[in-house]
Design a protein around this ligand. Structure first.
Ligand code: FAD
Length: 388
């Protein structure tokens, strides 16, 4: 019967574990199962890009193992278990390569996002790393040591690429960062703010190549040679690819659940299948794909109540994003896509205060760098909610 059928959560990232915590505040009794394809250790993913700055090993970053999480949450946590199919009609999920099927009362997809892998040729691809979870981090740190790395080439000058650039500089490494667009954080920041970040990182020794694409990574006498489509080459010991992430929608898609950019949900986080919900990086909530921590926390609070029998819609206040570039701190609240208005700037060296206002003067977004980040609270209060 569905009363005692378990709540099953797929994924043990900040979304899956965050939801389990919220759910247990309201319901101590319903059986709870969490299933993850990794080792189930809990960790804060944003800390992955501060590892050298804070001198943190993989074990330092891991907060609790799966067993401890299970005891704390009164849940069973199944690790190294990939879910391959969902039978939404009979409310069954198929785990691993076996015929084992698990019945769910409610199912939550908290599957995260995959890194996008740019099409790159060459025989040096085993030196190209993406760091999107704790196991990736461990591989990356091992490779940095094993190859006695002095210089790293980064593909991508967006949020993740700039954070790793700054972190590697802080770790004493040389960096060269390549991005086809024109300045740092090009999809998040207006140009003067992005240029300020670039200048601050360059003062710390970072080098940037804006405009070209990386086409090949080949083995060199020592390390690898990275070829750009403008004819330049960069010699480095290791390459970090950070060109962005894409919500994991395959499992939902294969199971007949509606997907678009992410797994499509309404504001109750319900997908198109009965008793199946989605949240975190994999979800597209009422049209919004927001791959950050603040939105998934808001989702966890709402869905925790919904699953405990009190249907609660998620709402989003204004949620500025802080980017961990200590050389030039950044806080940005990008205007909604298609918003009508204009940027205005106050620029003082690396300190940029950029405001995006409509013709009536209403604030619709902002970007702050350096010391101008002190204006965050004041401007945040003036912003409209993302999803009221
Ligand atoms: P994940 O943590 O990716 O969890 C997904 C889970 O699903 C994993 O447990 C995985 O094993 C499991 N899984 C996947 N497929 C299957 C399957 N088929 N079967 C079973 N299990 C499966 N956000 C901010 O707000 N501020 C920041 O400063 C910030 N910094 C960041 C820095 C870096 C380097 C990165 C990579 C991201 C950063 N983010 C930041 C984004 C933020 O970390 C993510 O939005 C958040 O961690 C996503 O959590 P999640 O639980 O949705 O996904």
């Amino acid at each position: 019967d569905t009363v005692h059928a378990p709540v099953v959560i797929l994924g043990t990232g900040l979304a899956g574990y965050g939801l389990a915590r919220e759910f247990r505040k309201h319901d101590q009794d319903t059986p709870l199962i969490l299933i993850t394809s990794d080792d189930g250790r809990s960790y804060s993913k944003p800390m992955l890009s501060t590892g050298f700055t804070k001198d943190m090993s993989t074990d330092d970053l891991a907060q609790m193992d799966a067993g401890s999480m299970g005891r704390m949450l009164k849940a069973s946590v199944w690790t190294m278990t990939k879910v391959g199919a969902i039978d939404t009609e009979h409310q069954l999920i198929k785990v691993g390569d076996t015929d084992t099927a698990v019945h769910y009362g409610k199912l939550v997809l908290a599957l995260g996002a995959d890194v996008i892998r740019p099409p790159i040729a060459g025989d040096g691809l085993d030196r190209v790393y993406s760091i999107n979870d704790l196991l990736d981090y461990d591989d990356f740190r091992t490779a940095m040591k094993k190859n006695d790395v002095k210089k790293v080439c980064l593909i991508g000058g967006g949020l993740i690429g700039c954070e790793y650039t700054n972190d590697l500089i802080n770790g004493g490494f040389q960096t060269e960062t390549v991005d086809p667009l024109g300045y740092c954080l090009p999809t998040l920041l207006p140009e003067p703010a992005g240029k300020a970040v670039q200048a601050a990182l360059e003062e710390k020794g970072a080098r940037f190549h804006f405009g070209p694409l990386v086409t090949e990574v080949n083995k060199a006498a020592v390390g690898v040679e990275v070829s750009l489509n403008n004819g330049e080459t960069i010699v480095a010991d290791l390459v970090v690819s950070a060109v962005g992430v894409r919500p994991r929608v395959d499992l939902a898609q294969a199971s007949g659940i509606k997907t678009n950019r992410g797994v499509v949900t309404n504001r109750l986080l319900e997908t198109s299948a009965p008793n199946v919900y989605a949240m975190g990086d994999c979800a597209e909530v009422d049209g919004h794909v927001l791959v950050y921590v603040a939105p998934l926390m808001a989702q966890a609070r709402a869905l925790g109540k919904t699953l405990a029998g009190e249907p609660t819609e998620v709402s989003y206040p204004a949620m500025p994003v802080t980017i961990k570039v200590p050389a030039c701190p950044v806080t940005v609240a990008p205007p909604a896509e298609g918003a009508q208005g204009e940027w205005s700037f106050e620029i003082d060296g690396h300190n940029v205060k950029a405001e995006f206002r409509d013709s009536g003067g209403a604030l619709l977004g902002f970007a702050l760098t350096g010391e101008a980040t002190r204006h965050k609270m004041t401007l945040q209060k003036e912003l409209p909610a993302i999803m009221a």
